[in-house]
Each structure stands twice: as structure tokens, then as C-alpha cells.
Ligand binder design. Structure first.
Ligand SMILES: NC(=O)c1ccc[n+]([C@@H]2O[C@H](COP(=O)([O-])OP(=O)(O)OC[C@H]3O[C@@H](n4cnc5c(N)ncnc54)[C@H](O)[C@@H]3O)[C@@H](O)[C@H]2O)c1
Length: 337
């Protein structure tokens, strides 16, 4: 049995908690045994965030509750530590947990910048433990379908792509951590990163990029990035909007034979004026990502779909976006790290 300890019991942790319960009930060898959060209120109810919350958790096995994650790791000696705290804390906790001999699942963004992300990947390699970053969009069926379509060429070559992600400005979360620090929670760090990561996963590394950053209501709450792939360009935009906005993620990818679209609900392919629906099945990204990581740990498999070296590349691209955006959108060349 893989014994899991969650660090941070706020918004996104509720989806992780649900996934452990769901997979345990389905017979996977995984169980949540402890959680830590310095805020006692975190254990009293479910923080509502911008994503659909999980269904009811029934017959959950009891788990120990801590205010101090170091004490929790020392006492519980978990096999897997799952980190759901503000991004600023990801590096420190990941490295200590790896050194304590635990495998680690850490929420995205991997870290606040490229250098700490690299240190985290290096620490994982040195420790011999497994580290995976919660870049959950890689595990949504709509993006898996796109990746397969690009890889097997069923619609011909790619001619261009755009990805969009909008969300109401986050009002949840202790101490407004997202709104106070651009490396913790600006739209480019918190939203755009999902699409930069999935772009890199699907299309590989671009050769150049440029980025526009705007502060409309809060610092860098809007970002628009363009990535050069030689024959085509990928455009990614994301925004924190007002509280009336509804979270949505979408894409449109032009292929030689037509356009594949995901509008947040349905995936369609349009060619010669005819649009056909493409059926999707599967659970949400976080439930599937946790199933994937547990399977890797339980069965000693290679992490082919989401290794930390790839998420270090995502952080490198993000760092370049900051550099471009803070210098008037200049074009910067990029290279694999
Ligand atoms: N994969 C996704 O789609 C997704 C969505 C939302 C958030 N996230 C990521 O998850 C992380 C957390 O975001 P959130 O929205 O859940 O934030 P949140 O503020 O709702 O929850 C964070 C929790 O961490 C706790 N915390 C703070 N310091 C701690 C410490 N030292 N030890 C233990 N707990 C501590 C806080 O008290 C809070 O309960 C961020 O990195 C964020 O980018 C990912």
C-alpha cells in the first residue's frame, strides 16, 4: 500500500484527496494517511476554487491531521508526499521530502522560477525517488486526443494553434498569496503555464518566443505568448477576469485537413464546412494524473508522460516569457535545457 501524506489542505488538495479516495475504492494500492496545514480552518470545510469540485467522498478512511509538515513526515514516514501549498513553498518541501526518502507529487507551477525547478529535478535524480509535477492538463482526454492527432498525423501537418485559459480572479487561498506576488500567482505563472506545458508536451520545444504581459486589475493578470515552431506558430493567452467570469480552457489547432477545436465542453473537427463531434471519455486531469503516478510507483514503471526534466523545460519557457514580457515583448530564442 502506498501511504500518502498531503501537505497543504486548501483548494486543490480537495481534488487530490478525492482522487486518493476514488482510486483506493477502485482497488489501487494507495491510501491517504495524513494531511498537514497550519490553518486549522482548512480541515473544517472544502475551499471552493475555480474548478468543478469532486463528488461526495463516502466511507473515507480516517487520516491524521497535522499543523507541521516536518513533524508529519517524521512521524508518519509516508511513501508519497503530495504538495498542494502556495508555489513559493514547492522547492523547499519537495527537496526535504525527497531527502526523507519519499516520492513526491508537487502541484504546478513546479517552482517560482527556472533555477529552483532545476534544483528540484536534480534533487530527485540524486535521491533516487520519483518526482512528478501536477501538470494535469497532460491528462485531460481532450488534450490526450490532440497529442495523438499531432503525433499520428491523422489530420495532416499542423499549420497553427491557439490555446486560451480564463478564470475568475482567485479570491480563495490564505493570505491572498496569488495576488500579492507575480511569481506565485500571476496569470502567466498560474494559468498560462498549463498551456505552455501541454504545448511543449505535444509539439516539443519551440525555437523562439515573445510575450506580452499586462496588469489590468492585478499584476500581470493578462498574458499573451507566441511560440515559433518554424512552419507554424502557437499562441497562448490567459487572463484572470472578474468574479463573474467562468473558468474555461480551450484550443483551436489548424491542420492541413481542417480544424480541431475544444471549446471547453466539446471537441469537434471541422473540414470543408462540415463539423463532426469527437466523443471523449475519461476522468478529469487530476484524478487521471494521480492514477498514472500511483501506477508508476506501485509497478516500478518509467514516467514517460510527465518526467521532471520536461517540467523544468516548461519553467525555462516561462522564465523566457517573463524576460520577453518585461522587455516590451522582444523575441527571444529558446533551447532545450
Ligand atoms: N493543477 C491545477 O489545475 C491547480 C489548480 C489550483 C491550484 N494549483 C496549485 O496548487 C497549489 C495550491 O493552490 P490552492 O489553490 O489549493 O491554494 P490554497 O490557498 O487554497 O491552499 C493552499 C493551502 O496551503 C496551506 N499552507 C500554507 N503554508 C503551508 C505549510 N507550510 N504547510 C502546510 N500547508 C500550508 C494553506 O493554509 C492553504 O490551506 C498552488 O501551487 C497552485 O498553483 C493547481
Amino acid at each position: 500500500m502506498i501511504r500518502v501524506a498531503l501537505i497543504g489542505f486548501g483548494g486543490i488538495a480537495q481534488l487530490h484527496r478525492y482522487a486518493y479516495w476514488y482510486h483506493n475504492r477502485a482497488g489501487m494500492p494507495v491510501q491517504l494517511v495524513a494531511a498537514s496545514d497550519p490553518n486549522p480552518a482548512a480541515f473544517e470545510g472544502m475551499t471552493k476554487i475555480n474548478l468543478d469540485m469532486p463528488g461526495d467522498i463516502v466511507d473515507e478512511l480516517p487520516f491524521a491531521k497535522y499543523s507541521d509538515w516536518r513533524q508529519m513526515i517524521a512521524e508518519q514516514k509516508p511513501d508519497l508526499v503530495d504538495i498542494c501549498v502556495p508555489t513559493l513553498l514547492h522547492e523547499e518541501i519537495t527537496i526535504e521530502a525527497l531527502k526523507a526518502g519519499c516520492d513526491v507529487l508537487c502541484e504546478k507551477p513546479m517552482a517560482t522560477a527556472y533555477e529552483p525547478a532545476k534544483r528540484m529535478a536534480d534533487a530527485a535524480a540524486e535521491s533516487g525517488r520519483s518526482l512528478m509535477i501536477g501538470q494535469c492538463v497532460r491528462f485531460y482526454p481532450q488534450y490526450i486526443y490532440l497529442r495523438e492527432a499531432v503525433a499520428d498525423g491523422r489530420y495532416g501537418k499542423v499549420a497553427g494553434a491557439s490555446f486560451t485559459r480564463v478564470s475568475p480572479l482567485p479570491m480563495w487561498g490564505g493570505a491572498n498569496w496569488r495576488r500579492e506576488n507575480i511569481r506565485n500567482g500571476s496569470s502567466i505563472m498560474d494559468l498560462n503555464i498549463h498551456d505552455i506545458d501541454v504545448m511543449q508536451y505535444i509539439f516539443g520545444m519551440p525555437t523562439a518566443l515573445s510575450c506580452r504581459l499586462e496588469s489590468r486589475t492585478t499584476p500581470y493578470d493578462y498574458s499573451l505568448s507566441r511560440f515559433n515552431y518554424g512552419d507554424y506558430t502557437v499562441e497562448i493567452d490567459s487572463a484572470w477576469l472578474d468574479e463573474k467570469a467562468v473558468f474555461n480552457m480551450s484550443y483551436a489547432v489548424e491542420f492541413e485537413k481542417g480544424t480541431l477545436r475544444f471549446d471547453g465542453e466539446a471537441v469537434t473537427f471541422t473540414a470543408d464546412g462540415v463539423t463532426q463531434d469527437i466523443a471523449m471519455s475519461g476522468a478529469g486531469g487530476i484524478t487521471t494524473e494521480i492514477e498514472y503516478f500511483v501506477d508508476i510507483l506501485a509497478n516500478n514503471k518509467e514516467n514517460a508522460e510527465n518526467p521532471p526534466e520536461q517540467t523544468v523545460n516548461t519553467m525555462y519557457l516561462l522564465e523566457k516569457c517573463f524576460e520577453s514580457g518585461e522587455n516590451g515583448g522582444i523575441i527571444l530564442e529558446t533551447a532545450e535545457q
